[in-house]
Write a protein that binds this ligand. Structure first.
Ligand SMILES: [Zn+2]
Length: 611
């Protein structure tokens, strides 16, 4: 156990800083509708477990003297009200609608209490063309058991809307006008409650939200996203055909672009995956879900982007190959959705990354891809190998979206900051790639690049900063190399989390060494510095330690600290005769004990943090 031994009096004040933790991602749905419990009775059929009322009659043959369909249905209910447990036909039920079909007419009733509708209640009576009732379904609720139910709302509809909007934490656009209606809601925990039913379609958080706010105590009773989403099988490259075939570009004439044609070798690398939460409306699938929205944003325009379901090779789903324009749309959806889910899984909730807009065929057809920070979207070019055929490229561009949405945003794209962003995006891609396969994990984009179109990049270099640093994208390989070494030391989850956290403390134009300091700071914030020694040694191997900001020592003696500094030890840390001044912050961390003795002074305005 680490202990902190302090054998001196602090002069003036100190502030101990709490670790900054990311907001936990939370599920917004709260399902609280009381289910209707049905049992099978040998004598009667399907009946209500509690009231014994008949719930369904598939084989009715009720004839009536009256002719008009609503009168026939009403006479049926009057005749059978005891069987169905309906207490008061004239007050408690109303016709909601009548629908005509080739087999006859369906009369739909809704249940009421105090002239207010009860949510999720139907009684359906089917009357055939001869005027005979042939079928009845009873979804009325046993509400007579609830006494003294409130019949007036304590709040107006707009107050309820405000409560619902605050609960969802809606940011940005709402589609259409929210709908508000006073209803009775039978909840599992409290029974029959008077409630405002609010329906609101928001883009962020994305959903068709149905929320019930208590008209009594203003609590949220029930929350549901009633948007229709579908999960569909699809063929994808994961991450690319070169890795899954364990080969290299051009090893045979089949493992080449060949002007965007496909062949048996490349088709053999199509893997079945599930595209989750995509939109399905009026018989059309659109690649649009919580983390990704495929759009035709840039030229060239007019590509087919909405896939249709077929069956091929035993797989029913979106069966496309690389020569078809839908394929890249599917690739973008799958991988951007996976990246978005990964961030949420690690506990980060980043508004700007929700429903990320992606154009799978943009850049006027160039052999490049980009993240456009002003528009907050990704686009992939079709020059050379179509960029969106290589998951490395998709995850890389998504990395740029992380840089602009998590943390300060508006980052500079110049000098070392640009190299840092490129190396970080390569890391994000390779972290995913290496989790799928260890084969050639260090080659970034070995399908889109490492070929006749461009040379690609790698993350296994022995380059040391500053001697080996080169500007632009290539210089970022120092950073991706270091992070992938840390990945091997600490594992994917810890390193990915540190990687994300570090964006929050980068600021606008960090150098590579600033980013290294931030990475250690992230470990202090997330893990109380428990990985500092391993991280430090990897950063040091590549010259990324800024000794003005990070000091690795076992003793800090007779020092005046004027600038922010992290001092840590991989064993004990002895601190003696130290003064922190000039609004500086000194962070002390040790794998062993932090032992403070003799004079230790923190001047007002400065800070000491002990991890
Ligand atoms: Zn880039």
């Amino acid at each position: 156990m680490k202990k902190i031994v302090i054998s001196t009096l602090f002069v003036l004040s100190i502030n101990l800083i709490n670790a900054q933790k990311p907001k936990e991602s939370s599920r917004l749905e709260k399902l609280n509708l009381k289910p209707i419990e049905i049992v099978f009775d040998e004598q009667i059929g399907k009946t209500d477990k509690e009231s014994k009322a008949l719930r369904v009659n598939w084989n009715e043959s009720f004839k009536s003297e009256v002719k008009e369909v609503s009168e026939i249905a009403l006479s049926y209910l009057q005749e059978k009200k005891d069987v169905y447990g309906i207490s008061n036909i004239s007050d408690n039920i109303k016709v909601a609608k009548i629908i005509e079909s080739p087999s006859g007419k369906y009369v739909y009733y809704q249940q009421y209490v105090n002239d207010i509708p009860v949510f999720a209640t139907n009684f359906i009576v089917c009357v055939n063309k001869e005027g005979v009732v042939t079928y009845a379904l009873n979804e009325f609720r046993n509400v007579t058991k609830y006494k003294d139910v409130r019949n007036k709302s304590s709040i107006i509809n707009n107050d309820a809307l405000k409560i619902a909007s605050e609960y969802l934490n809606i940011k940005g656009d709402i589609i259409g006008e929210p709908k508000m209606e006073l209803v009775y809601f039978e909840s599992m925990d409290k029974g029959l409650e008077l409630a405002w039913k609010i329906n609101i379609i928001s883009m962020n958080p994305m959903g068709d939200w149905q929320i019930f706010v208590s008209a009594d105590d203003e609590n949220i009773i029930h929350v549901e996203d009633i948007a229709m989403y579908a999960n569909v099988n699809a063929k994808i490259f994961n991450p690319n055909p070169i890795i899954t075939a364990q080969t290299v570009y051009g090893s045979t004439s089949n493992y080449k672009d060949n002007n965007n044609t496909t062949n048996a070798s490349l088709d053999a690398e199509l893997k079945t995956a599930v595209l989750s939460n995509i939109k399905y409306e009026n018989g059309v699938y659109t690649l649009e879900g919580p983390y990704c929205k495929i759009e035709d944003i840039e030229g060239p325009f007019g590509h087919n982007l909405n896939p249709v379901i077929t069956t091929s090779g035993g797989v029913t789903g979106f069966n496309y190959n690389r020569s078809q324009t839908e394929f890249e749309a599917i690739m973008c959806y799958y991988h951007v959705d996976a990246a978005g889910k990964r961030i949420a899984q690690l506990g980060y909730n980043v508004n700007g990354l929700n429903a990320m807009r992606v154009d799978p065929h943009g850049l006027n057809g160039d052999d490049n891809s980009h993240y456009m920070s002003s528009g907050n979207y990704l686009a992939f070019g079709d020059g050379g190998v179509d960029d969106a055929e290589d998951a490395d490229v998709i995850w890389h561009e998504y990395g740029h979206a992380i840089q602009n949405n998590l943390g300060a945003g508006n980052m500079s794209y110049l000098g070392q900051t640009m190299s840092l962003q490129e190396g970080s995006s390569d890391y994000w891609a390779l972290s995913y790639k290496r989790s799928l396969s260890s084969y050639n994990w260090w080659l970034f984009a070995d399908w889109d690049g490492h070929n006749e179109f461009w040379s690609g990049r790698r993350a296994d270099l022995n380059w040391v900063y500053p001697a080996d640093y080169v500007p632009y994208h290539a210089g970022g390989q120092i950073w991706s190399t270091v992070l992938m070494k840390i990945w091997a030391d600490l594992g994917k989850d810890v390193t990915d989390k540190l990687f994300l956290e570090t964006h929050l403390i980068w600021g606008q134009s960090p150098t590579l060494q600033d980013a290294a300091t931030a990475f250690m700071k992230a470990d202090l914030n997330l893990y109380n510095g428990s990985h500092l020694c391993q991280i430090y040694s990897r950063l040091q191997e590549h010259g990324l330690i800024d000794t003005n900001q990070i000091v690795n020592t076992t003793s800090l003696v007779n020092q005046t600290v004027n600038t922010n500094k992290i001092v840590f030890s991989c064993s004990d840390l002895n601190v003696q005769d130290v003064k922190v001044q000039n609004n500086a912050k000194l962070t002390l961390d040790a794998a062993g004990d932090v032992i403070i003795s003799d004079d230790f002074e923190v001047v007002l305005g400065s800070e000491l943090e002990i991890k």
